[in-house]
Design a protein around this ligand. Structure first.
Ligand code: PAZ
Length: 318
């Protein structure tokens, strides 16, 4: 069935770009130009959250992809700590760096507050040290303009935005990393085949036919930013196929690394796969209980590999 898949260029020619694409392009170009002027500054594009697939043009129903944006938002904070500027391409309303510590899925922000006795409110003393730490990091990142947020909802928007941002990053691709943690739909309904109005329920079972989404890593690695360091993610539920699927992706796209993870263990176990190695990264039970984040370990590993890769490329050019 592989031959049925539309080519990326055909996809972009036949689909409608998002209405705000030009504004985002301007914003990203100025972010990239600003950071390109800082000697040695690296930029990473972190993609995060799941894409939807609308079933109707005026969308009432859609298919969603699993991801809360936990991986992407945590990872962004670690990249910022390592001095990277970050473009955070995320699913609208999914977790964001820094505010994720106080997200509604974990806790209610009101529980952190208390009346200050003078008609105002304050942070309850037991939460102040941890919140102050997060606030200081957040303010420093904001003040230095190190984080640019771009949001998407459906797979169409995601692909157009990914192309736009990749082409912008191409200007400094030797200093760029792509960290593609978003859960991107494999199937979609092309605009030409999508119904305009809400699908009616009076006609019995619903039969859907979805086309395959083009494999976007291919133009990203080969055309848009061939000298950038590219990390993709592979999510599986069956551990017996994870490594072979990750290796197949590496061989097919010739990028630099794949992070493999299993749905049920993704928060404490990942496998870092490159052409040279297959490295198991795990948190111990004790680390998990202490709330250690696995991203802290493997992002450090990825940065080391990007350093070596950049150095090797520079040596070849000499
Ligand atoms: O956002 P989250 O922490 O809930 O999930 C992260 C993840 C499992 C979506 C990510 O680690 C990942 O594997 N992304 C690629 C998904 C895929 O193979 O399509």
């Amino acid at each position: 069935m592989e031959s049925m898949r539309i080519r990326p260029s055909q996809f972009f020619d036949s689909q409608q770009p998002p209405a705000n694409l030009q504004d985002i392009k301007t914003r990203i170009n100025s972010f990239v130009e600003k950071h390109a002027k800082v000697p040695g500054r690296r930029i990473v594009l972190v993609t995060s959250g799941g894409t939807t697939v609308p079933l109707e043009a005026q969308t009432v129903r859609f298919i969603d992809n699993f991801s809360a944006g936990t991986r992407g938002s945590i990872s962004t904070e670690y990249f910022l700590e390592h001095g990277y500027a970050v473009i955070f391409l995320h699913r609208q309303y999914s977790l964001l760096p820094y505010s994720r510590h106080y997200s509604h899925s974990k806790n209610c922000f009101l529980d952190f507050m208390k009346p200050d006795g003078n008609g105002g409110i304050t942070v309850a003393p037991q939460y102040t040290p941890a919140m102050l730490q997060v606030l200081e990091k957040y303010n420093s990142v904001k003040q230095q303009g190190l984080l640019e947020l771009v949001s998407f909802v459906d797979v169409n928007e995601y692909l157009f935005l990914l192309r736009e941002i990749s082409c912008s990053l191409a200007k400094i691709q030797e200093r760029a990393m792509f960290y593609l943690a978003a859960a991107v739909s494999d199937f979609y309904i092309p605009m030409g085949k999508m119904v305009q109005h809400k699908i009616q329920s009076g006609e019995g079972a619903l039969h859907l036919e979805l086309d395959q989404v083009p494999k976007i890593l291919s133009p990203l690695v080969k055309e848009w930013a061939p000298r950038a360091f590219v990390v993709s993610f592979k999510l599986e539920t069956d551990p017996s196929i994870l490594i072979s699927k990750a290796k197949t992706a590496l061989a097919r796209y010739s990028h630099q690394a794949v992070i493999g993870n299993i749905l049920s263990t993704r928060k404490h176990h990942v496998i870092l796969i490159t052409n040279q190695e297959e490295k198991d990264i795990r948190l111990t039970k004790e680390e998990q209980d202490l709330g250690v984040e696995i991203e802290g370990s493997f992002i450090h590993e990825l940065i080391e590999r990007q350093d070596r890769w950049v150095a090797a490329a520079a040596a070849v050019e000499k």
